[in-house]
Design a binder for this molecule. Structure first.
Ligand SMILES: *[C@@H]1O[C@H](CO)[C@@H](O)[C@H](O)[C@H]1NC(C)=O
Ligand SMILES: CC(=O)N[C@H]1CO[C@H](CO)[C@@H](O)[C@@H]1O
Length: 340
């Protein structure tokens, strides 16, 4: 009898998982093709062929680009033909294990630039703080932040010295449980607030919270829920986040940045995520960059800045603009520069 119950429960469980998997596959838009959209004068950036997951551009036009084999590159967006150069990284932490993901910059009162980098050494999550030395083109490692709530961290946005929001993209750290979590739409993924004095979950309820950024006036926080294909807009009161609205984009939204001129949100997206999971060089995953105009207004408008079927750029994760120029990064592929 007991066995029968177990089998029944198992059967129902499997059926449920199968149903969810089919729904999930449907949601993955396996066959969605994109109409090509290309701004003017696009070219690929030399030396950034293995992915450039996250990009953050300083008000001065210096772009930091995090890259797969444990490197951070610098590029000056003011140059006619910008080139990417790897930054020297100081000793004092385990460079062999450096596995950079989301990055965020912070400039203090004395104009010193700090770079905060989400690091995944041995599948754990830490946040590394570096001081940027512009003359030497180097990063001086200052500190490693660890905390039990800092798990499966995807991206961060720095608000002040050692104060940031970080997204946790899935709740379970075990691979199969995290897959199940996504299939079952558990929405246990969250945004964490970190400061030396207090660490807390600021807001929860995401299937998979990914990119995070803040509005130009620092009053609103934008979070991409990649599996839900939307962007959550939240109002910031002290460190609390109050959900305001959700903008559905219908594509897998990865990382977010803000246009420093207009305040528009730029979203690096995966138009056909299934092709990312089942990579086929003959039919590669495409790229898509969307601009959300007036995100805070009653009727935000969404336009396509860039779209490609993978023949030029595969698996776009992030797009960052600087006065009429755009840099588009990818998970494992190339990096594209265009004029808008
Ligand atoms: C992608 O688009 C290019 C031209 O825009 C076309 O030549 C190519 O066949 C397309 N590739 C796929 C896999 O559809
Ligand atoms: C800033 C940010 O969210 N970076 C992420 C961009 O997307 C890739 C792929 O999901 C993540 O691994 C990065 O952490």
């Amino acid at each position: 009898m007991g066995k029968l119950v177990v089998l029944t429960v198992l059967g129902v469980g499997l059926a449920l998982i199968g149903e969810r998997f089919l729904a999930f596959r449907g949601k993955m838009n396996a066959f969605r093709e994109v109409e090509p959209v290309e701004p003017q004068n696009c070219h690929l950036i030399e030396g950034l062929e293995n992915g450039s997951e996250d990009i953050d551009i300083l008000p001065s036009g210096l772009a930091f680009i995090s890259n797969k084999p444990g490197k951070i590159f610098l590029m000056d967006m003011n140059e006619q033909n910008p080139k990417a150069q790897p930054l020297q990284i100081s000793d004092g932490f385990d460079k062999e294990l450096f596995n950079p993901h989301g990055i965020s910059t912070f400039i203090d009162k004395d104009h010193t630039v700090y770079l905060y980098v989400v690091n995944h050494p041995h599948m754990k999550s830490t946040v590394e703080i570096f001081k940027f030395e512009e003359q030497q083109r180097s990063l001086i490692h200052l500190k490693t932040i660890k905390h039990e709530l800092l798990k499966s961290v995807n991206d961060i946005v720095v608000l002040g010295p050692e104060q940031f929001y970080a997204t946790r993209d899935h709740y379970f750290t075990n691979f199969f449980l995290s897959l199940l979590e996504m299939l079952l739409d558990l929405r246990w993924s969250y945004v964490l607030f970190y400061s030396p004095r207090e660490v807390k979950v600021a807001v929860t309820g995401f299937i998979s919270a990914n990119g995070i950024t803040i509005s130009l006036d620092k009053k609103y926080v934008y979070v991409a829920d990649v599996a839900a294909k939307n962007i959550h807009i939240m109002e910031k009161h002290n460190w609390d986040l109050t959900p305001l609205k959700v903008i559905y984009l219908g594509t897998f939204v990865d990382n977010l940045t803000v246009d420093p001129d207009s305040g528009d949100i730029l979203a690096g997206c995966h138009p056909n995520a299934m092709k990312l999971l089942m990579y086929n060089p003959e039919d590669p995953p495409g790229s898509e960059v969307l601009r959300i105009h007036n995100a805070l207004s009653e009727k935000p408008r969404v336009s396509t800045v860039y779209a490609n079927n993978g023949s030029v750029l595969q698996g776009s994760t992030v797009a960052s603009v600087y006065h009429g120029k755009i840099l588009i990064g990818t998970i494992f592929h190339k990096t594209l520069y265009c004029e808008l």
